[in-house]
Ligand binder design. Sequence first.
Ligand SMILES: Cc1cc2nc3c(=O)[nH]c(=O)nc-3n(C[C@H](O)[C@H](O)[C@H](O)COP(=O)(O)O)c2cc1C
Length: 166
Amino acid sequence: MDAIKMLKTRQSQRDYEEYSIDLKIIEDIIDCARLAPSARNYQPLRYVIIDDKKIIKDLSKNIANAKFFDKAPIVIAVFAESDAKFKLEDGSAATENILLGATAYKLGSCWVAGYQKDYHTYVEKLLQCPKEYELISLISIGKVKNPTTRPPKKDLGSIISYNKFE
Ligand SMILES: Cc1cc2nc3c(=O)[nH]c(=O)nc-3n(C[C@H](O)[C@H](O)[C@H](O)COP(=O)(O)O)c2cc1C
């Protein structure tokens, strides 16, 4: 897929078919995250691929803003070393690469907030995250069933200016 088209077609998708996904594809998507920029190239991130239906159901039941996870064949949890200075930026760059990698594979995905959310300790415990790490994000991935329409986005002209903030 043409890269610009791919960037412009990414959307959050929350409805997935009951269809398992080749884990080689998921690992390749995480390879896109591995190659994301990180401050000072510190690379403080770890990824947990969740394909166990029971764990996915637990996440869906316990995270109010991720009820739709119960339809996802895969959820990826992104963790960062707690002491890393730019963990949120590094984790966010990697998370976006996962969304884009999924789009390139014509899969739907949705970013769910993790960092400092009230459920972060629940997720960390469920996934046996060591105490030196903390949750940054969760991402569902699946073959899209009913695609959502794009939510409204601001016009380009209303958010750019040249040489000074206007
Ligand atoms: C940091 C961050 C946290 C998000 N958390 C959630 C979430 O908890 N639940 C959810 O359904 N979507 C979540 N989203 C997805 C946004 O709702 C979505 O990106 C936004 O509505 C714009 O839609 P689009 O991704 O289709 O452009 C999150 C996105 C970001 C960047």
